[in-house]
Structure formats: C-alpha cells, structure tokens
Design a protein around this ligand. Sequence first.
Ligand code: GDP
Length: 304
Amino acid sequence: LEKMDKGLEKTRKSFGQMMNELMANFRSVDEDFFEDLEETLITADVGFQTAMRITDELRQEVKLRNAKKPEEVQNAIVEKLVSIYEAEGAEEQNDVQLKENELTVILFVGVNGVGKTTSIGKLANQYREEGKKVLLAAADTFRAGAIDQLVVWGERAGVEVVRGKAGSDPASVVFDALERAKDEQADILLVDTAGRLQNKQHLMKELEKINRIIQREIPDGPHEVLLVVDATTGQNAMVQARQFKEATDVTGIVLTKLDGTAKGGMVLAIRNELNLPVKLVGLGEGIDDLQPFDPNEFIYGLFK
Ligand code: GDP
C-alpha cells in the first residue's frame, strides 16, 4: 500500500522533480539505479520505448566514461537526453517557420479538446502584437461550436475570422480565406480544421482536399502543419499523434496543458518515437500562455 501511495504521489510530480529525486537517492552505478532511472522516465511520460533506449544507452555511456560520482552520472543523463532530442534531424528548425514578405499558411490539426482553438488564438495574438497581419480560417465546419469559439478567440486576439456556415465544405472556407489573405496582403493565415479521428480515411480525405486547395493557390504551402497534442493524456496522445502523422504531413507539435498535471517527459517520446519537433508549448488558458519550446533549456533545466 505504501508503495502504491508513493507511486500515486510520484505521478503528480514534474519530470524535473522526479529526476532530482532519483539523483537524491543515488548510491552507486548499479543495476538498481538503472532500473530506477527507467521507471522514473516512464513515470515522467517519456514512454516505454524511449525510456528503454535512454537507459540502455546510458548503461554503456556510464561505463565508457567510468562515471561514478552523482554529478558525473547526472551529466551523462542530461547529455543523453539532449542527444536523443537532437539526433533525429538536428538540421531542422525547432521554431515555427515563417515566410518573409509572403503569406505563411499554417494548418492546425488534432482531436477536439486538446487546445487547438486556444493555441490558434494565442498564436494569432502574438503575431498581431509583432505587427503582422493575421487572418484565421474556421475550417472546422463540422461542429457549430468550433466556429463560434474561434470567432471569440479572433475577437480576443484582434484578428479577423473567415467563416462559412456550419456544415459547409471546409475546403471552400479555406479557399475564401486564401483569397481574402491575398486581397488584404496578410502575413499569416492560421487554419483551424475538424478534429475527427474516428474515421481516419475521412480525416485523410478532408485534409488532402484542404492541402490541394492551398497548393493550388500557394504551391509551397501549407508552410507548417502543426499537430496539437494534450500533454495530460500521455500515451493516449502518442497514439493519436501517430494516426495524424499517417494521415498528413505534420511538421511539428504544439504540446498543450504542460502547466497542469503533465509531467513533460512526452517531449522526448514525441521526438524519439514520432521524429517530430515540439515547436510550441501551452502553459495555461490565458492569451499569453503559449511559448516556443527550447529543448536544451528544458533538458538542462531539469536538474535545477
Ligand atoms: P479544441 O477543441 O482542440 O479547439 O480545444 P480548446 O482550444 O477549446 O481547448 C479545450 C480546453 O483546454 C479549454 O478549456 C482551454 O482553455 C484548455 N486549454 C487549452 N490549452 C491549454 C493549456 O496550455 N493549459 C491549460 N491549463 N488549459 C488549456
């Protein structure tokens, strides 16, 4: 029972706290330590596969370096986490890529409730504050509520929303939004899409159609396809993410709700298992609670 209580308590703690606790209990580099490390990583939402990889590689690394002191072991862990994050395509940018002096089109995908609309609103506000002309497209025409919600965020962020009737063709809304963006010489068009995943075939078709419309108008678009993922849903979110990745060419992740009960280890699972960079993180419900994600800062900050 005591062990169960401890386990429950553990899940409430953040990744950093868990890693600090692991090092506080460090005695020596032995099999018990590596088992604790693996368990800690899994508890922190790093995911089974990634946790195993990290632990296996660290076993060798620690031996190679002949690391014995806690600070030596800790350094080896930090460097391993950084290398896991950076290994897969270090060349590619971790930031949202914007075109210069041209329209940038960013598509948002993800299931309902993950924080898609909220993230679009926050990002729209940031870009507007930077002096950019931003337009939103309400292409989630499936849920009437989704359109209204985006309109509310548009008002909050001080940007216009191009919308159709509920139930109308999402691709036609995107088409209208592109025409308007061109007419008004907008810098950025953020497109909200429907979050249905029950039927992957349907989702794929719908996203393909939206992509085709965009490419007809802007051959190198969409410039980013950001998959919004709820960090509090752990492994479930990983399953969803994999399905979206199969349905369309995702370019990066927006990881929301990292302020809540989330443990943060998911960024490593996303990088290692999906080979996608986390570009933005959601840290609350407010308009300013969206930030770029800096993997080095995050990983080096774990042991503070
Ligand atoms: P959508 O269905 O994917 O468009 O999701 P919404 O944008 O409507 O968000 C669903 C709920 O999650 C709302 O109550 C948001 O306020 C909340 N939410 C979104 N992002 C965050 C975040 O980063 N942190 C927290 N705590 N809540 C968030």
